[in-house]
Design a protein around this ligand. Structure first.
Ligand SMILES: [Cu+2]
Length: 246
């Protein structure tokens, strides 16, 4: 049913993270195209609510943190530091721009009441231009997609020795195919990080969202078709450095 509703909506499709896996365990996320009341009431729901797969265009939009409306989920994905969290996309149709995975600790270890716009986010992974040129080369955004409806997988590692607790995880695709009009596609889920780690990122790794992106950043406000840009073979992913733990 999930695949069918995605197929039916391909005419206006953008895309988003619909599921997660940890090891062999699948965690269904929110589907904007399925019944909302039943998903809102689902005790197993691990992903914050999103009701459209349209992009967010404004770097200052409050929905940039966890999409619209970003209502907290009821459940958590259990995971350990050093394990992979895999975001599962069905049909990702854009090809140019970076992908960034973030985490943030929920205040009082309660993500149900946590306002994502107040979060201190740290990057746990980022993917950019793998080879070729900015305009036509192989971005991870292009190569991770199967293009045929099979799940497209994006895995990042929960930082080693990360302090035990409840966290948001945020997967963000930034699509840059429209000149000087970046598109942001974020989705958030709740993680219950176990183990006995005690590491936390320093201030240099922490940002607010919205806040981290601005149209003053040349990597965000970019025209990939401009002669001095299209043939570049490097793209510096903006934002703070990735924190991998200790
Ligand atoms: Cu789109």
């Amino acid at each position: 049913m999930l695949a069918a509703s995605w197929l039916a909506s391909q005419a206006s499709a953008h895309g988003g993270c619909l599921n997660y896996t940890v090891g062999d365990t699948w965690y269904p996320g929110y589907s904007p195209f399925d019944d909302q009341p039943s998903q809102d009431a689902a005790p197993w729901m691990v992903q914050r609510k999103w009701t459209t797969n349209d992009p967010i265009f404004e770097t200052t939009n409050a929905s940039l943190s966890c999409n619209t409306p970003g209502t907290p989920a009821r459940a958590y994905i259990p995971i350990l530091p050093g394990q992979n969290i895999t975001a599962v996309y069905m049909y990702w149709v854009h090809t140019v721009g970076p992908m960034l995975a973030w985490m943030a600790r929920c205040t009082n270890d309660d993500c149900h009441t946590f306002d994502s716009s107040k979060a201190d986010w740290f990057k746990i992974g980022e993917r950019g231009l793998q080879d070729g040129t900015v305009e036509l080369g192989n971005w991870f955004q292009k190569t991770f997609s199967n293009w045929d409806g099979n799940p497209s997988l994006w895995s990042e590692i929960v930082p080693r020795e990360l302090k035990k607790g409840k966290y948001l995880v945020r997967h963000e695709i930034i699509s840059l195919h429209s000149a000087n009009k970046p598109q942001f596609y974020p989705e958030c889920a709740h993680l219950d990080v176990g183990g006995d780690g005690s590491a936390e990122p320093d201030a240099e790794y922490l940002v607010k969202i919205p806040g981290v992106w601005s149209m003053d950043q040349p990597e965000i406000n970019i025209n990939i078709y401009a002669p001095d840009v299209s043939n570049r073979t490097t793209y510096k992913i903006p934002g703070p450095p990735v924190w991998t733990g200790v």
